[in-house]
Design a protein around this ligand. Structure first.
Ligand SMILES: NC(=O)c1ccc[n+]([C@@H]2O[C@H](COP(=O)([O-])OP(=O)(O)OC[C@H]3O[C@@H](n4cnc5c(N)ncnc54)[C@H](O)[C@@H]3O)[C@@H](O)[C@H]2O)c1
Length: 383
């Protein structure tokens, strides 16, 4: 077996996603497991961290035993030892970074959303394609255990004809006003001018989830709200919330499956997980969570009778089966990283491109348009 080194520039990596999901749980985990074995080759990531703060980079590198880091991104991009550029910095910075990396001839991979506007997201996809570099966007939810268990049941015809989907995403994000209840998400998420908003954040995900699981999205109707007008930032200062923090959306698909997704940072949770999708089909239904999936078959469906004058005699949680683990479920981001690295090194397929990412941005932009205009919007094919 020969070992092949693959050089990766990790940019904007001191943030939540960069550190936890991409550095620690993906690339360092891949190094720890001894790389990625493909045929008789072992692919081993070689990482350099880049960002604006030398101190933060040094601290992160020291904490995780990473040898190389620099604030000189241009020098890293000019170094032929690194063939891949990855960006997990804030959404408003993504396109300029990707443009630089593409101009330097790097293969590019990045967090979603790739941009705030469809024209920018499609534009960067076209630039990467024209330059002939390999490219990808994070679409992590596709590798969540709950979704994989749902897909396994679907593949076996468990649901019959799929009819509808009710997605509930969200939880209460503390505003920061109350002592000892600090906010658990970065403040930029609640400022439109900094790339925030739940629609640009979550509708990107719903696009690839719906397209891949239920049918290509053709129409959207969305009502958005900013329920909480003021939050407290990282410096303890109040700031006005200028982005949507809740979205109530309906999506029609090519297959006829109707999908309804509520997304909110202002809801208290009384359901099985922070994201659940109830999927109903003629022969069966599922509740799809992040890691678990519960199913109920037609033959096990109880017969409710409407009578509000008595306590409900049926236990609606009984009669659902939890799908067992039937394989190893690795971290979703790590799985996609392994696929991207193999794509770069061995030209294996990788359909989760910048062009696919642009479809998510398109759905978010059209959702906001639907809210503003108060009507259904058709989702055209991106060209
Ligand atoms: N795939 C997912 O499920 C998922 C979840 C959350 C966030 N995200 C996306 O990941 C990205 C980062 O989100 P986060 O929650 O980690 O935010 P964060 O605020 O924790 O991190 C952002 C990072 O970018 C850095 N940064 C900002 N401006 C920069 C610049 N000009 N140059 C270099 N670095 C810069 C910051 O210092 C920080 O390290 C966002 O685009 C967000 O939409 C994706």
């Amino acid at each position: 077996m020969t070992t092949q080194r693959i050089g990766i520039i990790l940019n904007g990596v001191t943030g939540r996603m960069g550190t936890n999901q991409h550095l620690v749980r993906s690339l360092l985990a891949i190094q720890k497991q001894g790389g990625i074995v493909h045929g008789d080759t072992r692919l081993m990531p070689d990482i350099i961290l880049t960002g604006r703060s030398a101190d933060k980079l040094a601290a992160l590198a020291a904490a995780h035993g990473v040898e190389k880091h620099t604030t000189d991104l241009d020098a890293a991009l000019g170094d032929p030892a690194y063939s891949i550029f990855f960006d997990a910095s804030g959404t408003p910075h993504r396109i300029p970074f990707l443009e630089k990396a593409i101009a330097a001839g790097k293969h590019v991979y990045c967090e979603k959303p790739t941009a705030s506007l469809t024209a920018d997201a499609l534009g960067i996809a076209l630039k990467a394609e024209a330059a002939g570099v390999k490219n990808g966007t994070v679409q992590d939810k596709l590798w969540l255990p709950g979704i994989r268990k749902f897909l396994a049941a679907k593949e076996q015809g468990f649901f019959g004809d799929l009819l509808s989907v009710r997605g509930e995403f969200g939880y209460w994000v503390f505003t920061g006003h109350v002592h000892d209840q600090p906010a658990q998400r970065p403040s930029w998420n609640y400022r439109g001018e900094d790339g925030g908003g739940i629609i640009i954040d979550m509708h990107c995900h719903w696009r690839y989830v719906i397209d891949n699981l239920f049918g290509e999205v053709t129409h959207v109707f969305t009502h958005a709200a900013t329920h909480i007008p003021e939050r407290i930032d990282e410096r303890g200062q109040p700031y006005p919330c200028t982005a949507d923090d809740s979205a109530y959306a309906l999506f029609k698909t090519k297959t006829g499956v109707v999908c309804q997704f509520n997304s909110s940072w202002n809801v208290r949770v009384r359901r099985d997980d922070l994201l659940t999708m109830q999927v109903d089909g003629t022969l069966g239904s599922a509740i799809v969570g992040l890691r678990k999936c519960w199913t109920q078959h037609a033959a096990a469906t109880p017969k409710p009778v409407w009578n509000p004058d008595i306590d409900q005699p049926l236990d609606f949680y009984a009669g659902w089966n939890e799908a067992p683990d039937t394989t190893a479920y690795d971290n979703a981001f790590k799985i996609q990283w392994e696929l991207f690295l193999k794509h770069v090194a061995f030209d294996t397929p990788f359909p989760w491109t910048l062009r696919e990412g642009a479809k998510g941005v398109q759905l978010a932009e059209l959702s906001l348009q639907s809210h503003t205009e108060g009507r259904w919007i058709e989702v055209p094919i991106l060209k």
